[in-house]
Design a protein around this ligand. Structure first.
Ligand SMILES: NC(=O)c1ccc[n+]([C@@H]2O[C@H](COP(=O)([O-])OP(=O)(O)OC[C@H]3O[C@@H](n4cnc5c(N)ncnc54)[C@H](O)[C@@H]3O)[C@@H](O)[C@H]2O)c1
Length: 406
């Protein structure tokens, strides 16, 4: 199989690592992205995203002539679609946006020939692989000769090059033959187990994994609200409850962010709002947590203002959507800081993982500790956990929304 050519459409956090891994496993890889900066960077053997070890994979694949990037798809034996799947903003229930997937499918339609394998990796609502088949058919492809399959990606940013190989994979084709062909393809470069199913189950499996996380975080977030009202330390409570042999409560935070867990459950809710009641409520609880945090900060500011008479300065500690990364996508902490600023509050932010931000004034931790009247720890970055910093935050009466001080 390794003498085959693979065309990877979408060279972001998923597509580029996958393309580079395939290239180092002997495949001839054509990478495609609409972003010319990404294409030019990759063809120089460099990377346009931050991910450990990826640079070495790309450098060696490009130097060996195994990976070349283009702005348009090229003929291949296997096509992999790794483009974004956001939701449409607005409305009561955000609706999945599969426009990028359908556009990418249209872009390969004229190249697909009998016997080819077309795989979707983007997190997608149930039925998207089938819809891709319809798009190919509309473009004149004889679907009975082409194999379509879905294989969701479950990697953790920061460990992508390891997890691409080690994680178990779920592969579901539109036909049993497509499932078999796609699974055998993954087995050539994945060390984890490759589990076979049908396309709809594989699509639902990815959405289920992220909804499971969202629901469990919502439980922890709801507990944090209940505890705050009656003066119980939720962190200690969870620690104690988790000593039960069959209880494992997750940690509350300032909300739920990122482009996966905060997005994908809506794909289930949008499809069947009547039955997806728990999943929808979890999304609402996690979104409400951000509003609650904003209100807590506003109360602390009012108290500080009553004491000093001036306009208190608020330092938001952390902007990323989770600890020790630079990713601000769908970040509750960023949302909270920007909303407070838009409401006229005097906001500075400490985010050790980014250099600057065009909407917020970034300061270092020392300056925040020395000058802020209200400190709000929004993300549990390692810089905030140093013993001396924790003591200082505690003594300054910092609001702790992520269990940094406990
Ligand atoms: N990043 C993760 O950790 C992660 C984990 C699991 C699943 N996913 C899923 O994988 C998919 C891709 O995510 P990502 O993080 O790689 O996104 P990304 O935004 O980093 O990359 C997507 C790339 O696709 C390109 N693109 C869009 N339309 C195109 C087209 N028609 N032709 C060619 N290129 C096109 C964009 O320019 C972009 O570079 C999403 O569905 C996401 O939910 C991501």
């Amino acid at each position: 199989m390794a003498n085959k050519t693979v065309c990877v459409v979408g060279l972001g956090y998923i597509g580029l690592p996958t393309a580079a891994l395939l290239a180092t496993n002997g495949y001839q890889v054509v990478g495609v992205d609409l972003n010319t900066h990404a294409v030019d960077t990759i063809n120089k053997g460099q990377i346009h995203i931050v991910e450990p070890d990826l640079d070495a994979y790309v450098r060696s694949s490009v130097a060996a002539g195994k990976l070349k990037a283009y702005t348009k798809p090229e003929q291949a034996d296997i096509y992999m679609i790794c483009v974004p799947t956001p939701f449409h903003e607005g409305g009561d229930i955000p609706q999945p946006n599969i426009d990028y997937v359908l556009a990418a499918t249209r872009s390969i339609a004229h190249l697909v020939t009998p016997g080819d394998l077309v795989i979707l990796e983007s997190t997608s609502p149930v039925g998207t692989t089938r819809r891709m088949g319809e798009v190919l058919q509309e473009a004149g492809v004889d679907l009975s000769t082409v194999h379509l399959a879905y294989c969701p990606e479950r990697v953790l940013p920061g460990k992508i090059m390891i997890e691409l190989v080690e994680n178990d994979r779920i592969v579901g084709g539109l036909t049993p033959e497509a499932t078999k062909l796609a699974s055998n393809f993954y087995r050539t470069f994945v060390r984890g187990e490759v589990l076979e199913t049908d396309a709809s189950t594989a699509e639902m499996c990815k959405l289920t994994e992220n909804s499971y996380r969202d629901v469990n975080i919502a439980f922890a977030n709801e507990l944090s609200l209940l505890c705050a009202k009656v003066g119980i330390n939720v962190w200690r409570l969870i620690e104690l409850a988790n000593r039960h042999p069959r209880v494992n409560i997750l940690h509350p935070g300032a909300g739920v962010g990122g482009h996966c867990i905060a997005v994908d459950p809506w794909f289930i809710v949008a499809r069947d709002p009547e039955n997806a009641r728990l999943i929808r409520t979890a999304r609402e609880v996690n979104n409400y947590k951000m509003e609650w945090v904003i209100n807590q900060i506003k109360i602390a500011v009012a108290d500080a203002s009553a004491k000093t008479g001036g306009k208190p300065k608020v330092a938001c500690l952390g902007l990323a959507f989770k600890p020790d990364i630079d990713d601000l996508r769908e970040s509750p902490a960023l949302h909270i800081a920007l909303r407070l600023q838009a409401n006229g509050y005097d906001i500075v932010a400490v985010e050790p993982n980014i250099g600057d931000h065009n909407g917020l004034s970034l300061v270092d931790l020392e300056e925040a500790l020395a000058t802020a009247d209200v400190l709000a720890v929004l993300v549990k970055h390692k810089q905030f956990l140093a013993p001396l910093v924790k003591t200082e935050l505690y003594e300054a009466g910092a609001l702790d929304f992520c269990g940094a001080i406990k």
